[in-house]
Design a protein around this ligand. Structure first.
Ligand SMILES: [Zn+2]
Length: 959
């Protein structure tokens, strides 16, 4: 164990296990001993090494305190300077600029290896890349490359900036890698290339400054920062790794899946389960059925390496599996997206706080078990101890990687080879829903029949409902249940620019993409040139399947009839569904005039010309394309007239639901640019449509609710509004409670968790000590007594309130005549929410039907996939229309589930998930589903955009 606190640095410089500096010099020293020159030479050698090691500045010298000292946190500004210093001073380090963060900082990665490896870094990178993609390699070639290559290990820190052990263990790890001279480190550096990645620079700067603002160290406490520690999404920065909406995830995905292909991805988190020090892999079920099992076995191996080292070093208190709720089901996290790329993703969660803390006495954590082999006694706990555990975990992984370097490299090749093979022939993935179906079928078929005893065992085969006749195995191999060989995304779909955004998410995740160079025909269908093709015969096949196919989450109950076991994150996320992308699933091999695009090449929507010739009165713009909102917002900003057509004019060449833009002012320039850069379909008309068919759109004064500390759904929405160029202002409860909202705003957006449940009085928000004056007005919550009356006044005076998810609660505060569809009457007649045992939809995709005659549904199709995450659904009274309430989208089936898990989904039959309610002169928008979930639900963004436009839209006087 290496301790680097303060005065012990000299001890470390000489190395705890190598008293005579490094091993290469030791041979020289032995020879010299015989020459009786030892005393002189020893003095020379050690001073030389001391000088060498001292050449790398220690954290203590750089930061003015040792990493792990109580009450001290380093900022990113200081850390960045330290990384640069280490890179300059150490011949084992390379500094890599990964790109900018959302706040404009540089996100750095330090690459460590022995100097002779660094001299051939590109060569080793190429080996890692070739093995991970397995394209055109024979097993023998792969073996040779694995023998020659270096293991590549990713160690990050600081993703969740409030988890301060993360960044600080990274700083200390960087120092160790640059300066430690013990034999183990020398071996590690020889065998391994270590990627030390700072996962969230902006967050470290914010959190450390916030903690250190208190001048008296003993009064420093980690409290909620005023805003999110990633500019838009805070903790959800670990929910963005298949989407890559944020710059940081894009930067890291580039290093992971396009540059370095590490075999192991170690993602540091905090905090450990109460009564323990750290959660370490392996993880609990459910398993995701698209993985290569070698991934999971690798996770177990490295988890054991950490546990084993902890025990060797006398570090008890690490728990696994059932010790916490982390599973291997979900895609989208830094650790988990790695699994879908055949990489061993590790997550640890350690306790720790720069302000000393206590490990509490949790009774059940004192009993040793398979998942907690060495319990730890309750005790006082210092920051440095958590750093030491993290350093040991890092060392354990690096040691393991060094010892199994060749196996790791060959295994990642094997997984890629398996993926290519599975994508090149008929292959089936057994999913829980299919097994349930077969078991149910078998049960029905043998109902009433007594099966004969088995010939082999003499036992009745009907004793277990799970034990089935061989013919049912064949049923699992239905042709239509084969995994696809690939997917075609036709270029002639209504919103192709959004399909291109989907392709770019795949591109950022390192997926190989093809594009049709000419029109082609396959499986009886014609496709235009420019269509994209994603084949599954590629290394990252699990990732491809996962983003196109439904997730079939098992019905996960500890006991039958009991409450469901919560998934670690969401249950379903199929990105193609969320984005409303149209695609065809190809179950047979297929070829065509396809060009393979270079890896990592981002795509743009095809440039379009304005269609039409002759006299031009104005332009019709296809509103089915989400990016038409960008154009509308640019036109409104420029003061150019823009209208929404209520009906397609007869003059139109084809049925084109559209915006109409008269050819005046800067309209032509803006429309031409949008056709060219955004790929919008635009056609000219010779005569303006009649005024009676037009709705005038006007600028909208938008307010977006947020709170002190930052709401993640609000942050995602803020990001979304910026992407589509909606102007808006962020407001807090303080402004809402002040009233007179109509003077300043036309529309106010409340994302999920803004408006409390009816009948619930939220506790007042705690006010941090030494709160800087600028945040005074951010403190507070939406309350029934202070916030609802001004909101009602705002609505009555003609304002629009747009509520999403649980914030549709506002309808109940306003006593509107509708009720939740997800309630039941208890025996004593009380209305209560359906318990989880009866209805449970933890983040899944559901299909609903829309009323396309309602202006809220402008540009939508009749059916759409909605994101439902413990969301809202309503029952409307029979006289709803007369009372100003209109359903816009509802579940018209008792099986609306498309992807994920929807226990008791029959309760959703005929439930309304999107509705509008007139309140005085204004409108309350009830968007019960998460229409703007994590920047992913492009398929339902229009509902939010339309609600915003409708806040100021008016029937046209004349065009
Ligand atoms: Zn975390």
């Amino acid at each position: 164990m290496i301790s680097l606190v303060g005065a012990f640095q000299i001890h470390h410089v000489f190395g705890s296990s190598a008293p005579f500096c490094d091993s290469s010099r030791r041979g020289v020293l032995l020879v010299l001993t015989r020459m009786k020159l030892l005393p002189i030479i020893l003095a020379w050698a050690c001073s030389a090494v001391a000088a060498l090691a001292a050449a790398v500045t220690s954290p203590n010298e750089h930061f003015g305190f040792a990493i792990g000292d109580d009450y001290h946190l380093a900022t990113y500004t200081q850390t960045e300077a330290y990384f640069k210093k280490v890179a300059e001073q150490s011949d084992r380090a390379r500094l890599v600029d990964m790109g900018r963060t959302e706040e404009g900082r540089t996100q750095w990665m330090l690459v460590f290896s022995a100097p002779e490896n660094l001299a051939k870094l590109d060569h080793y990178k190429s080996i890692a890349q070739q093995l991970a993609r397995a394209e055109g390699l024979t097993d023998a070639q792969a073996k040779a490359l694995a023998a020659e290559g270096k293991a590549v290990i990713w160690i990050d820190g600081g993703l969740h900036a409030s988890e301060t052990v993360g960044t600080h263990q990274l700083i200390e790890t960087v120092w160790q890698l640059a300066s430690a001279t013990d034999a183990e480190m020398e071996r590690i550096l020889k065998d391994v290339i270590i990627l030390c990645v700072h996962a969230n620079p902006d967050g470290q700067e914010l959190v450390s400054n916030w903690y250190m603002r208190e001048p008296d160290p003993r009064k420093r406490i980690l409290t909620t920062t005023p805003r999110l520690y990633q500019k838009y999404i805070g903790h959800d920065n670990n929910r963005d790794f298949f989407m890559s909406a944020m710059k940081e995830s894009t930067n890291m995905n580039r290093q992971l899946y396009l540059e370095w292909f590490p075999q192991v991805v170690y993602n540091h988190h905090q905090s450990g389960p109460a009564g323990t020090v750290m959660f370490v892999p392996p993880f609990r079920d459910p398993f995701n059925h698209v993985y290569d099992p070698l991934v999971i076995v690798g996770v177990e191996t490295f988890g054991n390496a950490i546990q084993s080292r902890f025990l060797q070093e006398g570090k008890p208190g690490a728990t696994s599996r059932s010790g916490a709720n982390y599973s291997t089901w979900w895609n989208g996290g830094l650790r988990t997206t790695a699994y879908f790329h055949n990489m061993i993703g590790l997550l640890t969660e350690v306790i720790g706080n720069p302000t000393p803390m206590q490990i509490p006495f949790i009774a059940r954590r004192q009993l040793a078990s398979n998942d907690l082999v060495a319990p730890i006694a309750p005790q006082a706990w210092h920051f440095r101890q958590s750093i030491d555990y993290s350093l040991s975990a890092n060392r354990a992984i690096l040691d393991q990687a060094s010892r199994y370097r060749e196996v790791l490299l060959y295994n990642i090749y094997l997984m890629a080879r398996n993926a290519i093979d599975r994508g090149s022939r008929d292959h089936w993935t057994t999913r829980p829903g299919r097994l349930d179906e077969i078991v149910k079928l078998a049960a029905a078929e043998r109902a009433g029949t007594v099966s004969p005893p088995s010939e082999e065992t003499g036992e009745s085969t009907s004793t277990s409902p799970e034990r089935l006749a061989a013919k049912y195995w064949e049923l699992l191999r239905k042709p239509e249940w084969r995994d696809p060989r690939g997917y075609i995304i036709p270029a002639d779909q209504p919103d192709f620019p959004t399909a291109v955004k989907f392709i770019n998410a795949l591109v950022k995740g390192g997926v190989a993409i093809h594009r049709a160079t000419h029109d082609f025909e396959t499986a009886g269908r014609r496709y235009p040139a420019g269509s994209y093709i994603v084949k599954t015969a590629q290394a990252f096949r699990p990732h491809v399947l996962d983003l196109f196919e439904p997730q079939d989450h098992p019905n996960d109950f500890r006991v039958e009839g009991g409450p469901p076991t919560k998934p670690y994150d969401v249950a379903g996320w199929t990105l193609a569904f969320q984005m409303g992308v149209k695609f065809d699933r190809m179950l047979e091999g297929f070829e065509g005039p396809f060009e393979r695009l270079p890896y990592g090449q981002l795509q743009s929507p095809p440039t379009r010309q304005i269609e039409g010739a002759g006299k031009v009165a104005g332009f019709l713009v296809d509103h089915r394309v989400n990016d038409s909102a960008v154009l509308v917002n640019r036109l409104l900003k420029a003061g150019v007239d823009v209208f929404r057509l209520q009906r397609t004019p007869a003059a139109s060449q084809r049925e084109l639901p559209a915006y109409y833009v008269p050819d005046r002012g800067s309209a032509r320039v803006l429309v031409t640019e949008a056709a060219s850069l955004l790929g919008l379909a635009v056609q000219t008309v010779a005569t303006p449509p009649p005024a009676s068919t037009l709705t005038t759109l006007r600028p909208v004064r938008i307010a977006l609710w947020d709170r002190f500390g930052g709401s993640m759904p609000s942050g995602w929405t803020r990001w979304l509004l910026e992407q589509f160029e909606f102007p808006f202002e962020v407001i807090y409860s303080d402004r809402i409670d002040a009233g007179k909202l109509r003077e300043d705003y036309d529309a106010i957006i409340f994302v999920s968790a803004a408006i409390p449940a009816h009948g619930v009085r939220p506790p007042p928000m705690a006010r941090p000590r030494h709160l800087p004056a600028e945040y005074e007005t951010w403190i507070g919550r939406i309350t029934p007594d202070k916030s609802v009356p001004p909101l009602k006044q705002f609505l009555t005076a003609g304002g629009s309130v747009i509520t999403i998810g649980s914030s549709t609660n506002l309808a109940y505060h306003l006593a509107l005549p509708l009720q939740s569809a997800l309630t039941e009457r208890t025996a004593d007649g009380r209305l209560r929410s359906l318990p989880d045992e009866k209805f449970y939809v933890p983040g899944s995709i559901l299909e609903a039907k829309l009323d396309l005659t309602h202006p809220l549904a402008w540009g939508m199709s009749e059916r759409a996939d909605f994101y439902f995450d413990r969301s809202a659904a309503f029952r409307l009274p029979t006289d709803a229309a007369a009372r100003g309430i209109k359903p816009v989208a509802w579940f018209d089936s008792d099986q609306p589930l498309r992807s994920g898990w929807a226990w008791g989904q029959g309760h959703l039959k005929d439930a309304v998930t999107i509705a509008t309610a007139e309140v005085g002169a204004g409108t309350l928008y009830l968007l019960g589903s998460e229409v703007a979930f994590r920047g992913q639900t492009h398929g339902t963004f229009k509902l939010l955009f339309n609600a915003l436009y409708l806040a100021t839209a008016q029937p046209a006087a004349k065009p």
